[in-house]
Design a protein around this ligand. Structure first.
Ligand SMILES: *[C@@H]1O[C@H](CO)[C@@H](O)[C@H](O)[C@H]1NC(C)=O
Ligand SMILES: *[C@@H]1O[C@H](CO)[C@@H](O)[C@H](O)[C@H]1NC(C)=O
Ligand SMILES: *[C@@H]1O[C@H](CO)[C@@H](O)[C@H](O)[C@H]1NC(C)=O
Ligand SMILES: *[C@@H]1O[C@H](CO)[C@@H](O)[C@H](O)[C@H]1NC(C)=O
Ligand SMILES: *[C@@H]1O[C@H](CO)[C@@H](O)[C@H](O)[C@H]1NC(C)=O
Ligand SMILES: *[C@@H]1O[C@H](CO)[C@@H](O)[C@H](O)[C@H]1NC(C)=O
Ligand SMILES: *[C@@H]1O[C@H](CO)[C@@H](O)[C@H](O)[C@H]1NC(C)=O
Ligand SMILES: *[C@@H]1O[C@H](CO)[C@@H](O)[C@H](O)[C@H]1NC(C)=O
Ligand SMILES: *[C@@H]1O[C@H](CO)[C@@H](O)[C@H](O)[C@H]1NC(C)=O
Ligand SMILES: *[C@@H]1O[C@H](CO)[C@@H](O)[C@H](O)[C@H]1NC(C)=O
Ligand SMILES: *[C@@H]1O[C@H](CO)[C@@H](O)[C@H](O)[C@H]1NC(C)=O
Length: 868
C-alpha cells in the first residue's frame, strides 16, 4: 500500500492546503485539520486511574528505553500468536502482550463462542445485557490469554445504511451506541481484559478506507478517503459515544484507516491530542489499526501510543517505530517523556483491569488450530504447543440465546398471529433457514453468504463452536409440540415451494437475508459495503412466491441493517415480519423463542426507509477527486437516520425505536423534576510538566542487538543494528530535526493549559457535563394478558432552528407483569441538553424552549412536557 511521507503529512496537517494535483485544488478547497501539540501526558489524579497509574509508574520506572519501545511496537504480522503482539520484557517477566479481535468472540480460536453482533445487541435496548455480553466475551478472551480485546465498536456509527461494518457497532444513534460501548467496555474490563473502542473516527464506509485496497475493486488512488466532519457534528454525533466509553474507563482506543479532514486518523493531532486526550481526558493508549500508521516521529507526536501490527506493511520486518523509535529518542526527535507516556498508558490500562506482570501464557494461535506449531508463524520458528484447545465458553450459550432473542424485532404481526400456539403444520422456506453445506466456518472470516446468516464477514468475526440453524430448532420444537414440520432449504425450488405452501393449515416461515462486512473480502461483488439495500439470493421473489399461495406467511430477515421491504410488507398474506439481525451461534433457538413467545422482542436500532434514497446519505462508491484522496463531506451534519427522516418530513416504513410486543402497554403520569445544579464552570488551569520515568542512557552502544541474540525472521525489535543511528534507521529522510518536520510545540513538555470543556481529573470531559439537570419519570402499565418487556424511550427537542426535531436521550428495558405498572426513570444531564458551540469550544445549553417526550418509538411520543 502507498505510504505517505512525513513531509507530505506535515503539509496536510497544517493550515495550508496541499495536494498532489493542483488542478484538483482549483476545483475545491480541501478540508484541513488544525495541529494540536504537544501530546497530553497521563494525569496521576485521573478518577478511576489513580491506582493503575501508581502501578504503571512503579513498573515503567524500572524499564530501559529498549523495553519501553518494546511495549509500544508490534512485533510484526504473523510473528506471534495473536493478530497483534508487542515485544516482551523478559527481564521483568512480562510476556508479549496480545491484542486480538473481535467484537463478537475470540477470532480464529476454537472452543470459544460467537456472540450476537453489536447491532443485534443494541436492539435489546438493555444496558444489563450490553454489560453481561461484554463480561462474557471478556472471560473468553481472558481464558485464551488475550490482553486487549479489539472491541466494542462505535465507528462506524452508521451514517450510511449500506456501510459494511455497521453491524459490528450498535446504532446510528450516539446515545444508544454510547450506552453500548460504555457497558460493553465495563463488562470486558471487569472480566480482566482491556477493551479497545474503535475505530476513531469517521470510519463510516469501507470503500477507499485504505488507498492500496481500492486497486482490488478497480480504482487507483494515492491516498485514503477523507471524512470531512465539522466540529459541531463531530461533538454532537460521532465523538459522543467515544466520550461515553472514555468516561466508563475504557483502556484503549483504535485509530482508523481513513483520513479526517485530509489527515490520517493515526497521525491526526487534532483528533488524538486535542479531542481524545485533552478534551475527553483519555488516560489509556491509542493503537493503530493494522497498517494504519504512516509515519514514525509524526505519529508519536500526534498521540499514537502503539503501532499495530508493528511492521511498516505486513511482513517487511521494518517499522516506523521499533529501532526507529529508539533512534528518534536518542537523537531528540521524540522526547523521552513521550515514549514514557506511551509505556505508562499501555501498562496503566493493563493494571487497571487487574492483569499482573507475570501473565498466564497465550494458549491459542490465530494462525493455526493445530496443537503444535511455530509460535513465530511467519518465520516458522519456535515449535511448541501453540493451541491448548481450552474451552472458554462456560454457559455463555444461554446468554447468547437470550441476547439474540431479546434483540429480535417484531415489525409486523397481523391479528396476533404470533406467538405461535401449537401450529398444525409449520413450513420453513429458504436457504437462510438451513446450514451452510460446507460447514459454518468454511469461508475464511465468514466471507460468503451460504446457509443461515448469523454473522457478517471480516475481522469482526469468530469461529462458530456450533451454529443452531432455524431449521434444526424449528423442527425440534415441532416434534416436541406434535406439529407437522417440513422445510425446503432453497430459494430457487419454486415449484416444490409452491406446492408445499399451498397445502392446508400451513404456517410458512420464509428466511431471507442480506450480508455485509469488511472490504478486504469481496462477497458476491460486494466490497464490504452492500451494493444495495435489497435482499440477496432472490429473497424478494421467494417471499412473493410463498405469499401468493399461503395466507399465513411469516418473513424472517437476517441482515446488517435495514433492507427494502416496500414491495411486499403490506401484503395481507404476510402476517408477520421479523428482523433477527446477526444473532450468533444460537440463531435457531433465539428465533424459536420469539416465534413461540418464550421471550420478549426488542426494538429497531435504526430506521427502515421505503427506498435507498430516502436515507439522504449514502456510501461513496466512486472516487470524486481524481487520483487523490476521495473527499467524503459529512455535509448532512447531525442529520442521519431518524434525524434525517424527521427533517425531510418523509414517511418511514418502520421508524427508529419501533417494534411490536406480544402484550400492550399504556403510558402515563409523566413527571419532570428539576434538579439543583451548580452553574457551569469552564475548566481552567495548567497541567504539571511532562514527567519521565527511570533513567536512560544516551549512549547508542547500550542499544545494540546483543551479541548472542538470535533474531526471529521478520520480527520487529527495538534494538539498533549499529551505533550509527542513521545506519540503524535506514530512514531515507534521516537527519531531519524535530524542528524541521514536526509542528511547533510538538516536543514541548512544559505544563499545558486545560481546555474549558475538559475534565479536571475526570475522564469523559468536564464533570459538570454529566450532572443531572432533570429527572424524568413516567408510569408504564402492562394492559395485556401476558408478561412482557417494554422499552420506553426519552427524547428531547433542543428547540433550536438547526436542531433535529428530537434526539434520543434515555431508554430502559422494563419487564412488566400483566396488570402491573412500573416506573420508567431517566435523567437528563447537562450534556444531554447542550449543543456544541464551535466558537467558544464548549457545550452550551441554548435558550431555545426545550421539550421532553417519553414514548414507545421515535414517532410514537405519547407523553410530553416543557422543560423550564
Ligand atoms: C475539520 O474541518 C472542519 C471545518 O473547518 C472543522 O470544523 C473541524 O474541527 C475539523 N476537524 C478536524 C478533526 O480537524
Ligand atoms: C523485546 O521483546 C522481544 C520478544 O518479543 C525480545 O526478544 C527482546 O529481547 C525484547 N527486548 C528487550 C530489550 O527486552
Ligand atoms: C491456557 O491454558 C493452559 C493450559 O492448556 C494454561 O496453563 C494457561 O494458564 C492458560 N492461559 C490462560 C491465559 O489462562
Ligand atoms: C525506519 O522507518 C523508515 C520509514 O520511515 C523505514 O524505511 C525503515 O526501514 C525503518 N527502519 C527500521 C530499522 O525499521
Ligand atoms: C386445517 O385446514 C382445513 C381446511 O382448510 C380447515 O378446515 C381446518 O380448520 C384447519 N385446521 C386448523 C387447525 O387450522
Ligand atoms: C443486491 O445485491 C445482492 C448481493 O450482491 C444481489 O444478490 C442482488 O441481486 C442485488 N439486488 C439488486 C436489485 O440488484
Ligand atoms: C393470499 O393467499 C391466497 C391463498 O391462501 C391466495 O389465493 C391469494 O391470492 C393471496 N393473496 C395475495 C395478495 O397474494
Ligand atoms: C416539514 O414540515 C414542517 C412543518 O409542517 C415545515 O415547516 C417544513 O418546511 C417541512 N420541511 C420539508 C423539508 O418539507
Ligand atoms: C442548591 O445547591 C446549592 C449549592 O450546592 C445550595 O447552596 C442550595 O441551598 C441548593 N438549593 C436547593 C433548593 O436545594
Ligand atoms: C538488523 O540485523 C539483524 C541481524 O543481522 C537482521 O536480521 C535485521 O534485518 C537487521 N535489521 C535492519 C533493520 O537492518
Ligand atoms: C532521528 O531519528 C529518526 C528515526 O530514525 C529520524 O526519522 C530522524 O530523521 C532523526 N533525526 C535526526 C536529527 O537525526
Amino acid at each position: 500500500m502507498h505510504l505517505k511521507s512525513a513531509a507530505l503529512w506535515l503539509l496536510l496537517n497544517q493550515a495550508q492546503v496541499s495536494c498532489a494535483n493542483p488542478l484538483q485544488l482549483e476545483k475545491r478547497a480541501l478540508a484541513t485539520s488544525d495541529p494540536f501539540y504537544p501530546s497530553p501526558w497521563m494525569d496521576p489524579e485521573a478518577i478511576g486511574w489513580e491506582e493503575a497509574y501508581q502501578k504503571a509508574k512503579d513498573f515503567v520506572s524500572q524499564l530501559t528505553l529498549l523495553e519501553k519501545v518494546n511495549l509500544t511496537t508490534g512485533t510484526g504480522w504473523e510473528t506471534e500468536q495473536c493478530v497483534g503482539n508487542v515485544g516482551a520484557i523478559p527481564r521483568l517477566g512480562l510476556r508479549s502482550l496480545c491484542m486480538h479481535d473481535s467484537p463478537v468472540g475470540v477470532r480464529g480460536a476454537d472452543y470459544s463462542s460467537v456472540f450476537p453482533s453489536g447491532q443485534t445487541t443494541a436492539a435489546t435496548w438493555s444496558r444489563s445485557l450490553f454489560y453481561k455480553r461484554g463480561f462474557a466475551m471478556g472471560e473468553e478472551a481472558k481464558g485464551k490469554g488475550v490482553n486487549v480485546l479489539l472491541g466494542p465498536v462505535a465507528g462506524p456509527l452508521g451514517r450510511a445504511p449500506a456501510a459494511g461494518r455497521n453491524w459490528e457497532g450498535f446504532s446510528p444513534d450516539p446515545v444508544l451506541t454510547g450506552a453500548g460501548v460504555a457497558e460493553s467496555s465495563k463488562g470486558i474490563q471487569d472480566a480482566g481484559v482491556v477493551a479497545c473502542v474503535k475505530h476513531f473516527i469517521g470510519n463510516e464506509q469501507e470503500h477507499f478506507r485504505v488507498a492500496g485496497e481500492a486497486k482490488d475493486y478497480g480504482f487507483s488512488i494515492s491516498e485514503s478517503l477523507s471524512s470531512n466532519i465539522d466540529d459541531k457534528t463531530m461533538h454532537e454525533l460521532y465523538l459522543w459515544p467515544f466520550a461515553d466509553a472514555v468516561r466508563a474507563g475504557v483502556g484503549s482506543v483504535m485509530c482508523s484507516y481513513q483520513q479526517i479532514n485530509n489527515s490520517y486518523g493515526c497521525q491526526n493531532s487534532k483528533l488524538m491530542n486535542n479531542l481524545l486526550k485533552n478534551e475527553l481526558g483519555f488516560q489509556g493508549f491509542v493503537m493503530s489499526d493494522w497498517q494504519a500508521q504512516h509515519t514514525g516521529a509524526a505519529s508519536a507526536a500526534a498521540g499514537l501510543d502503539m503501532s499495530m501490527p508493528g511492521d511498516t506493511a505486513f511482513n517487511t520486518g521494518r517499522s516506523y517505530w521499533g529501532a526507529n523509535l529508539t533512534a528518534a529518542v536518542l537523537n531528540g526527535t521524540v522526547p523521552e517523556w513521550r515514549v514514557d507516556d506511551m509505556a505508562m498508558r499501555i501498562m496503566a490500562a493493563i493494571f487497571k483491569v487487574g492483569q499482573p506482570v507475570k501473565q498466564d501464557p497465550i494458549n491459542f494461535s490465530f494462525w493455526s488450530q493445530a496443537a503444535f506449531g511455530p509460535v513465530h508463524w511467519r518465520a516458522k520458528q519456535g515449535y511448541q504447543q501453540i493451541n491448548g484447545h481450552v474451552d472458554v465458553r462456560g454457559n455463555h450459550g444461554t446468554l447468547i440465546r437470550e441476547v439474540a432473542a431479546k434483540g429480535t424485532v417484531l415489525l409486523k404481526n397481523s391479528n396476533g398471529i404470533l406467538p405461535l400456539r401449537n401450529p398444525k403444520f409449520v413450513v420453513a422456506v429458504g436457504e437462510d433457514a438451513g446450514p451452510n453445506p460446507l460447514g459454518p466456518n468454511s469461508c475464511g472470516d465468514r466471507g460468503c453468504n451460504a446457509g443461515t446468516l448469523a454473522l457478517g464477514w471480516g475481522s469482526g468475526t469468530a469461529n462458530f463452536p456450533y451454529l443452531v440453524t432455524p431449521d434444526a430448532a424449528l423442527q425440534a420444537r415441532a416434534i416436541r409440540d406434535g406439529t407437522r414440520y417440513e422445510s425446503i432449504l432453497s430459494n430457487y425450488a419454486t415449484s416444490q415451494i409452491q406446492s408445499l405452501v399451498s397445502q392446508d393449515n400451513v404456517t410458512a416461515i420464509v428466511f431471507v437475508n442480506s450480508d455485509s462486512g469488511e472490504s478486504y473480502i469481496n462477497v458476491e461483488g460486494n466490497m464490504g459495503d452492500r451494493n444495495n439495500l435489497t435482499l440477496w439470493k432472490n429473497g424478494d421473489d421467494l417471499i412473493k412466491t410463498v405469499a401468493a399461495r399461503c395466507s399465513n406467511t411469516i418473513v424472517v430477515i437476517h441482515s446488517p441493517g435495514p433492507v427494502i421491504v416496500t414491495d411486499w410488507y403490506t401484503n395481507p398474506n404476510i402476517t408477520a415480519i421479523i428482523w433477527a439481525g446477526f444473532p450468533g451461534q444460537e440463531s435457531g433457538n433465539s428465533i424459536v423463542d420469539i416465534l413461540y413467545g418464550d421471550s420478549s422482542p426488542g426494538r429497531s436500532p435504526f430506521s427502515w426507509g421505503a427506498t435507498r434514497e430516502s436515507y439522504g446519505v449514502d456510501v461513496m462508491y466512486k472516487p470524486n477527486n481524481g487520483q487523490d484522496a476521495p473527499q467524503q463531506d459529512f455535509s448532512e451534519g447531525n442529520f442521519i437516520d431518524y434525524r434525517y427522516f424527521d427533517k425531510a418530513n418523509s414517511s418511514l416504513i418502520y421508524e427508529f425505536g419501533y417494534g411490536l410486543s406480544y402484550t400492550t402497554f399504556d403510558y402515563g403520569n409523566l413527571k419532570v423534576q428539576k434538579e439543583n445544579v451548580s452553574t457551569y464552570q469552564a475548566t481552567s488551569g495548567v497541567t504539571a510538566a511532562a514527567p519521565t520515568f527511570g533513567n536512560m542512557s544516551r549512549n547508542p552502544g547500550s542499544y545494540l542487538l546483543p551479541n548472542d541474540f538470535q533474531p526471529v525472521y521478520l520480527y520487529v525489535y527495538s534494538y539498533l543494528n549499529s551505533t550509527d543511528l542513521k545506519a540503524a534507521s535506514t530512514d531515507r529522510d534521516f537527519g531531519k530535526t524535530a524542528a524541521e518536520f514536526l509542528p511547533h510545540g510538538a516536543n514541548d513538555g512544559s505544563g499545558q493549559p486545560l481546555l474549558r470543556s475538559a475534565g479536571k481529573h475526570s475522564p469523559g470531559g468536564n464533570a459538570q457535563l454529566y450532572e443531572n439537570m432533570y429527572t424524568i419519570t413516567a408510569d408504564i402499565t402492562n394492559t395485556g394478558r401476558i408478561a412482557g418487556d417494554e422499552i420506553p424511550q426519552l427524547y428531547v427537542s433542543l428547540g433550536g432552528p438547526t436542531d433535529p426535531r428530537i434526539v434520543l436521550r434515555g431508554f430502559d428495558r422494563l419487564h412488566i407483569e400483566p396488570g402491573k405498572t412500573v416506573q420508567f426513570k431517566a435523567s437528563l444531564t447537562r450534556r444531554d441538553l447542550s449543543n456544541w458551540d464551535p466558537a467558544i469550544q464548549d457545550w452550551v445549553v441554548s435558550s431555545y424552549p426545550k421539550t421532553v417526550y417519553v414514548g414507545r418509538s421515535s414517532r410514537k411520543l405519547e407523553l410530553s412536557a416543557k422543560l423550564t
